[in-house]
Design a protein. Structure first.
Length: 310
């Protein structure tokens, strides 16, 4: 069975179709309309384009910046606000004539990396996306663990663990709370902290480049950042004890993380030791869209229409 995955973002919608071997056979992207009905039509159009090109009907999985509520069956928590309150899986399923599966985009990232990425061969994968914000997803046996509230993996909106005196009430998060993990270990948080201490840089990668030149403010900022990341991930390890943690997002491209983090984790993990590997993702920006395709696991069979009906 062919699988189509869609990554629905605020600016673009991208579709990738995988064949039975997990190989990419079609890819296309279009701008995201800022309207619910037009978004459904854009997604359906991409599915139709794929099936006409490949000659194969596919299952459909979608990663969105939000979740479908288990209580209401409608989208919630999406920063693509025109999706909120809508029964998107049902509406799109009716439009395409088949079941459509929807998951949070961070959970799609975790599934992708668990199937054939940095967490391949592992049972429990925690995928953390460190970019403008800080999201995460959990994959167990290559399947999304969304939880009863659909918020499994929302690690970035817990408070930073073991805060120092100067960290308390130092940041406000868009979610309405103070001192969320996201405000410290996202790329935005890393830069904010550096600037608050007198530095000037536009990205975490720039800060690390300055550190490589011996710039004291950059060295100090990275020291605070990597210690905060260690605390935040140790919290996950103490709770879930995942087989592997896979990092995504722009911050994951800072190679020094993988050099310094392993020595810090045992300081915070219960028992004073930590065998958990923290690795970089394998699929980069394609992890989300590939994970959406893998919302239909190998061996699952969706009820699909015939190609002539499309």
């Amino acid at each position: 069975m062919y699988r189509s995955g869609i990554d629905l973002g605020g600016t673009k919608i991208e579709l990738v179709t995988l064949n039975e071997k997990g190989e990419e056979v079609f890819r296309k992207r279009v701008p995201t309309p800022k309207d619910y009905r037009a978004t459904l039509e854009a997604v359906a159009g991409l599915v139709h384009d794929s099936e006409k090109e490949t000659g194969q009907v596919s299952s459909v999985g979608i990663g969105i910046p939000g979740v479908v509520s288990a209580v209401t069956g409608r989208v919630k928590n999406s920063n693509a606000v025109w999706l909120n309150g809508q029964p998107m899986d049902k509406d799109l399923g009716a439009m395409l004539g088949r079941e459509v599966r929807i998951a949070n985009d961070a959970n799609c990232f975790a599934v992708s990396e668990s199937v054939d990425g940095g967490g391949a061969g592992k049972t429990l994968v925690f995928g953390a996306i460190l970019g403008t914000g800080c999201g995460a997803g959990i994959a167990i046996n290559h399947k999304v663990h969304g939880g009863g509230n659909g918020i499994g993996g929302e690690w970035g909106h817990n408070p930073l663990p073991w805060m120092t005196a100067d960290e308390f009430n130092s940041t406000r998060c868009f979610c309405g709370n103070a001192d969320c993990i996201e405000t410290f270990v996202s790329g935005t948080g890393f830069v904010r902290d550096f600037r608050a201490h007198g530095g000037e840089a536009a990205s975490g990668i720039e800060i690390v480049a300055l550190m490589g030149k011996g710039e004291p403010l950059a060295e100090a900022a990275f020291g605070r950042f990597i210690d905060r990341l260690a605390r935040a991930l140790a919290h996950v390890i103490n709770l879930l004890d995942p087989d592997v943690i896979v990092l995504g997002g722009g911050v994951s491209n800072i190679d020094e993380i993988y050099e310094y983090l392993p020595a810090l984790l045992p300081k915070y993990v219960l028992g004073g030791e930590c065998a958990t590997k923290v690795v970089k993702n394998h699929h980069g920006a394609s992890s989300g869209v590939r994970g959406a395709a893998w919302l239909w696991a190998p061996g699952e069979q969706a009820a699909l229409p015939g190609l002539q009906e499309l």
